[in-house]
Design a protein around this ligand. Structure first.
Ligand code: HEM
Ligand code: HEM
Length: 312
């Protein structure tokens, strides 16, 4: 039996990363209101693709493609995962999330970019990416209705530990990203124009939402970086599969690149390439950490409930 839903979920993750990147470019190129209406653009689905309309309408088209791709994955999951009903249910929740997300995208346009709506649009995008990642990793390797084979190479209890450490790191990257979106949408990107100090001080005067959120974003960067380094320091010494060690090392690479991109964004007065790549790397880092947490839970579920082991 050919099982297709894991592939649909993997394509969804890659597609979502591309869509997030495009969304960030829409904002950075000030194309957000290039199409004044929604769901059409100047009353048509095929506007002239020039200037800001190119980025904004392309973002909408790629979003439409994502909804179709994920709906296909959900339909396949319904047919192929009868013994693991949670996959279909989670997938259905993802379809709902995508529809809400598309409405939020429309609201950003109709209400002309209120800060909270734009910040929510990024937060929901990151939540959807995390859900798609869980589904992709939880189903990866499935060859029949019983689910994927057990992952070998985890020492006793290490699956659970991996889920906790990677989950904490993923949680801190998510909070950091929501803070980043708040900085961006309240126009606080240059409210601390110097690095590493902010307005020449370790703790700047927290007199408005821009300076406060920017300062918190820098503080939280330290927390997120430490959480990822902690995960790596544990994984490199623990009895875990080699791919866990490699992915943890990749997470360290991504978090360091991300901090560098944040600094470059400030030093270049929010130039389009660094700020757009800053969104993409945040999303890639979150997805990687969620993938690690899911791998860990796959190992620990099998250890605790051996009857769930599929016939190999
Ligand atoms: C047809 C539906 C959609 C519309 C009309 C839409 C519209 C927009 C607009 C106007 C922006 C710029 C917002 C701003 O400058 O504040 C934007 C940004 C963005 N969009 Fe969408 N969007 C849609 C669907 C989606 C979906 C399905 C996702 C992801 C799952 C997504 C992810 C993003 C992201 C990550 C950004 C960047 C937000 C930021 O920079 O903080 N969008 N979108
Ligand atoms: C783990 C580290 C970090 C993560 C995960 C992260 C993530 C993010 C995210 C997701 C955004 C919102 C992008 C969007 O709305 O599209 C953002 C915005 C921003 N980040 Fe970070 N960030 C990190 C570290 C830093 C550091 C160290 C700095 C500066 C020293 C920084 C400076 C900024 C600035 C200035 C913005 C606003 C960009 C704009 O206004 O266009 N970030 N960050």
């Amino acid at each position: 039996m050919t099982v297709l839903h894991p592939r649909a979920y993997t394509v969804t993750v890659i597609w979502t990363l591309g869509l997030l990147f495009l969304g960030s470019i829409v904002h950075a190129t000030e194309s957000s209101l290039a199409c004044p209406d929604w769901p059409t653009c100047f009353g048509t689905m095929v506007p002239e693709m020039t200037g800001g309309v190119f980025w904004e309408h392309l973002h909408r088209l790629v979003a439409g493609g994502l909804v179709l791709m994920f709906a296909l994955g959900t339909w396949l999951a319904k047919r192929e995962t009868s013994e693991r009903p949670w996959i279909f249910r989670a997938s259905l929740a993802g379809v709902g999330l995508l529809l809400v997300q598309s409405v939020f995208g429309g609201l950003t346009v109709i209400y002309q970019l209120p800060d909270l709506v734009s910040t929510t649009h990024l937060s929901l995008a990151f939540i959807f990416l995390s859900l798609a990642t869980v589904l992709a990793v939880a189903t990866n390797g499935t060859t029949g209705p019983g689910g994927p084979p057990k992952i070998e190479g985890f020492g006793h209890g290490n699956g659970r530990k991996l889920t906790i450490y990677a989950g904490v790191a993923a949680g801190s990257v998510f909070i950091q990203s929501v803070l980043g979106a708040l900085v961006r949408h309240t126009d606080g990107g240059m409210s601390c124009p110097d690095v590493p100090l902010c307005l020449g001080q370790v703790v700047p005067p927290l007199v408005n939402v821009q300076i406060t959120s920017h300062f918190l974003h820098r503080l939280m960067a330290i927390v997120a970086t430490v959480a990822v380094l902690w995960l790596y320091a544990w994984a490199v010494r623990a009895e875990v599969p080699t791919r866990v060690k490699r992915w943890a090392m990749a997470a360290v690479g991504l978090v360091l690149v991300q901090v560098a991109l944040g600094v470059i964004s400030v030093l270049t007065f929010l130039a389009i390439p660094p700020v757009s790549i800053h969104t993409l790397v945040a999303a890639a880092l979150l997805s990687l950490l969620v993938a690690l947490a899911t791998l860990g839970s796959r190992a620990s579920v099998y250890i605790q409930e051996p009857e769930l082991l599929p016939a190999r």
